[in-house]
Design a binder for this molecule. Structure first.
Ligand SMILES: N=CN[C@@H](CCC(=O)O)C(=O)O
Ligand SMILES: [Zn+2]
Length: 398
């Protein structure tokens, strides 16, 4: 049982403060130290009082925060849709139609190709300070290809999500009902052992997504199979996704780009159960309006931030980029954005062991080449964040 003391933390963001305004919940400490034992936080306190440990890692006055929790990502895909992005920047709107391009490329890839693509994306995320990632299927859309996607995802994370209801694949275009039967029947039965969650793209504004009734059938079947519920909702316009997620007690409804007053009220009433996960990289990459994250906080809504890393609407794996966008474009303070990207996202995964630095939590620590969390948005685009590697002699590259 070896222990490590991390000292010289100029600013420690614990996300373990008192209840109340998010700024208070940041739980900032200065000149702090953290003792890690067997992968868990064993002690937090002033650097001057740090107990002895087997190893010592001095971070030289840098800021340390909980590793980012990226609670929405689609990492199991092959192929490239850069041309679709370029066309969008020239005015072509996003409607989900490009998903079929990624489905074809993913089906054509070997297991090893997919595995190495996922591994590279995980490495990219960790190098930017992310320590937990949720990964969805949804580019297979046959029983075999969905199970394969989930098996590969499970090699990297316990947060795996079955998204057979991403789009109706081309071969089923003439018979949506038959595809829904498959997704809620044989495909779900084969996928459920490899998944923690079920998700659905609920969007009445696109022929490529699922209506409220279809989405309800997918979610109820997933729940009956023992899976937790997540929803892609209100991305392309005002739609039923938020109300459906709240009605069914989903852990998270993601996107929330277009919200009515009734949606905000429903989300506020559902605080503690359903988190609104905001994905500002999508608004950036699809030229969509940013939702008012500050207004949601004022209304009492639980919010999270995630990348939605995927080949269509946001091919960015960067939580620091998301934090910077949330501050610049969605009205959050730097502290509120960091909280939403750590403790908030952990809540959307119903996890209390991550997203905070407190005794007993997982020792997922991210260090900034900066004195304060404010620099994540102040120094946007500069690679200052990385997951602290406690197995490396000095905690990783300095
Ligand atoms: N909107 C649905 N799914 C993804 C995009 C998938 C794609 O275009 O490949 C999203 O979360 O934005
Ligand atoms: Zn998504």
């Amino acid at each position: 049982m070896s222990s490590t003391v991390v000292t010289g933390i100029g600013e420690l963001v614990t996300c373990d403060g008192n209840d109340g305004p998010v700024g208070d919940r940041l739980g900032l400490r200065h000149d702090a130290a953290v003792v890690v034992q067997d992968g868990l936080v064993a002690w937090v306190g002033p650097s001057a009082d740090a107990p002895a440990a087997d190893r010592r890692v001095d971070v030289g006055g840098r800021a340390v925060l909980p590793g980012f929790v990226d609670s929405h990502a689609h990492l199991v895909f092959a192929g490239d849709r850069g041309d679709e992005f370029a066309a969008r920047m020239a005015g072509t709107p996003y409607d989900g139609g490009g998903i079929g391009v990624s489905v074809a490329a993913t089906r054509a890839a070997s297991d090893d190709e997919l595995r190495s693509l996922v591994a590279a994306r995980f490495a990219e995320m960790r190098a930017q300070g992310t320590t937990t990632v949720e990964v969805k299927s949804g580019y297979g859309l046959t029983v075999e290809d969905e199970v394969r996607s989930l098996r590969i995802a499970a090699e990297f994370t316990t947060e795996t999500t079955f998204l057979g209801a991403h789009v109706v694949p081309a071969e089923h275009a003439a018979d949506r009902a038959a595809y829904l039967d498959l997704v809620t029947g044989r495909m779900l039965a084969a996928a459920a052992p490899h998944a923690r969650w079920v998700d659905v793209f609920c969007e009445p504004h696109s022929a490529h997504a699922f209506t409220a009734d279809e989405a309800r059938a997918v979610l109820v079947a997933g729940r009956d199979a023992g899976l937790g519920l997540r929803v892609h909702g209100n991305q392309l316009g005002h739609g039923p996704g938020v109300q459906l997620a709240v009605e069914l007690g989903a852990a998270s409804v993601d996107h929330c780009t277009y919200l009515s007053d009734d949606d905000v009220t429903a989300l506020a009433d559902a605080a503690g159960t359903t988190v609104a996960t905001l994905l500002p990289g999508v608004e950036f990459s699809t030229r969509s309006p940013y939702p008012d994250a500050a207004g949601l906080l004022r209304a009492g809504v639980d919010i999270a931030l995630a990348t939605d890393c995927n080949p269509g609407t946001c091919y960015s794996s960067s939580m620091p980029f998301v934090v910077a966008l949330a501050v610049r474009e969605m009205g959050l303070t730097p502290g509120e954005a960091v909280y939403a990207a750590t403790a908030g996202s952990a809540k959307s995964l119903r996890r209390s062991d991550i997203g905070q630095i407190r005794v007993g939590s997982r020792a997922d620590l991210t260090v900034l080449d900066a004195p304060s969390h404010v620099h994540l948005s102040y120094r946007a685009g500069v690679p200052i964040a990385r997951a602290l590697d406690l197995a490396a002699p000095s905690g990783g590259p300095s």
